[in-house]
Design a protein around this ligand. Structure first.
Ligand code: HEM
Length: 167
């Protein structure tokens, strides 16, 4: 029997991924979006990130199991990038919360907002944005394939060996 996560329609997964992309674009420039919007988007993205990881868990487990064996270079790079993205995103969210100027004080929490955490947030968030660009580039085939499938367009020819493990 297919797992609960596997039965979530592709269209919903695509909408979720697209939502994350829009959120990332909103996060790029807090001065343009306003600091309050920036902070709330940054906070909301944490559970969405966990959901995104849960949806892609079968891929993560499959790659981790095969990592000791030979895998296509593309898949190896992909999994290293994904792990790195997860780590820097957690650092960006935690440091962001620790320098919060609007959301946390509004909830009644006083945060230090030290210059060290500010620096950590600046560096980690810039890394997040760079790695997201690479992540999108690596997943581009999956995105195009899924958009075509959801839109009811005929599938393109594909390289089965690489794509089976590097979706
Ligand atoms: C993955 C999530 C996040 C990303 C990608 C991100 C990205 C950024 C970027 C690019 C900047 C500008 C840094 C600079 O001045 O060069 C920034 C600043 C800032 N972020 Fe975030 N952020 C995230 C999460 C959060 C969260 C969750 C909060 C608070 C709840 C937050 C609060 C702030 C604050 C207060 C600033 C302004 C710092 C200053 O004025 O020096 N961020 N963020």
């Amino acid at each position: 029997m297919r797992s609960f996560w596997a039965r979530i329609p592709l269209a919903s997964r695509l909408v979720l991924d697209f939502g994350m992309l829009v959120a990332m674009i909103l996060l790029i420039d807090p001065r343009a979006s306003g600091i309050a919007l920036h902070e709330w988007v940054g906070i909301v993205i944490a559970p969405v990130l966990i959901f995104h990881l849960t949806l892609n868990w079968p891929w993560i487990v499959q790659v981790m199991r095969k990592l000791v064996r030979r895998l296509p270079l593309e898949t190896r790079i992909n999994s290293v990038l994904n792990s790195l993205l997860f780590v820097v995103m957690v650092i960006a969210i935690v440091s962001g919360v620790l320098i919060s100027q609007e959301a946390l004080p509004w909830m009644g929490f006083n945060v230090t907002g030290s210059s060290t955490w500010r620096g950590i947030h600046e560096v980690s968030s810039n890394f997040v944005l760079i790695i997201i660009g690479a992540h999108l580039a690596m997943q581009w085939q999956w995105i195009v394939r899924t958009v075509r499938r959801v839109a009811g367009m005929p599938a393109q020819r594909r390289n089965v060996r690489v794509e089976e493990v590097s979706q």
